[in-house]
Design a binder for this molecule. Structure first.
Ligand code: 6PG
Length: 240
């Protein structure tokens, strides 16, 4: 099932994500957790800021386990680090047990970290059909149609039997760790967070079914879950 919602302000997207998370928390057993894979990027950063400022009394963070959908292979203090962005905009402002935060260690050797993080996810996220099933996977969208760190030409990651892979950014050569497309598609709820006029064209190609087959984000299809596109009016401006 796919839902496309265009919001007039990013704060409304933040409120929607908080309501979804609160609903998931309300629906789990006492000894269970809601598992969330976070995204990097400017839109997620704005959402994290909103949640940090408005979550008081709404989100029971000790019932949430936070993971990352991808990370740059840099240390946690590096300005490129998705963990650092999340720490500055969300983690420093909420009360979540440290043991509930599962950082991808970008400072490690990429191939080793892909294996280590795969084991962490396998141990901490309940499986369905042989793969970990996150309750929520948040995704950004690049203008080239990449999502997480699944870049054009690397769509094979949607058939991977692995949980994580070490990849290289095709333009910058930056090494990254990413959840595979297989794990992304195994999630209960996959949520794209896309804002800004700069994304209108790629959103249109993906959602107006225009020659989208070459775009990695087109391979995001939940096997047994829901897909939500949360857009602002600029990113949605070319949708029919
Ligand atoms: C990352 C993200 C990446 C990001 C998109 C969109 O590590 O950068 O995982 O997939 O979400 O590139 O980024 P912007 O929202 O900044 O355009």
């Amino acid at each position: 099932m796919q839902k496309i919602i265009a919001f007039s302000a990013i704060e409304e997207i933040g409120a929607h994500i908080m309501a979804l998370l609160a609903e998931k928390i309300a629906g789990i057993a006492d000894n269970d957790f809601v598992t969330v894979a976070l995204s990097g990027g400017s839109t997620p950063r704005q959402i994290f800021k909103y949640i940090a400022a408005n979550e008081k009394g709404k989100i029971i963070w000790n019932k949430v386990k936070l993971f990352w959908g991808d990370e740059r292979c840099v240390g946690p203090e590096h300005d490129e680090s998705n963990f650092k962005m999340t720490k500055e905009n969300l983690l420093n402002h909420i009360t979540i047990p440290a043991e509930n935060v599962f950082r991808i260690k970008g400072e490690n050797i990429p191939a080793d970290e892909a294996k280590r993080y795969s084991a962490v996810v396998a141990e901490s996220v309940k499986p369905i059909n042989g793969l970990p099933r996150f309750d929520i996977v948040l995704l950004g969208l690049g203008e080239d149609g990449h999502t997480a760190s699944v870049f054009p030409g690397n769509e094979i990651l949607f058939q991977s039997a692995n949980i994580c892979e070490a990849v290289v950014h095709p333009q910058t050569g930056q090494q990254r760790i990413t959840l595979t497309g297989s794990v992304i598609n195994n999630a209960a709820a996959i949520i794209f967070l896309v804002t800004g006029q700069g994304k209108a064209s790629v959103v249109s190609r993906l959602l107006n079914n225009e020659a989208k087959s070459t775009l990695p984000a087109a391979f995001v299809k939940p096997v047994n879950g829901e897909l939500q596109w949360l857009l602002d009016s600029n990113a949605a401006s070319l949708l029919h």
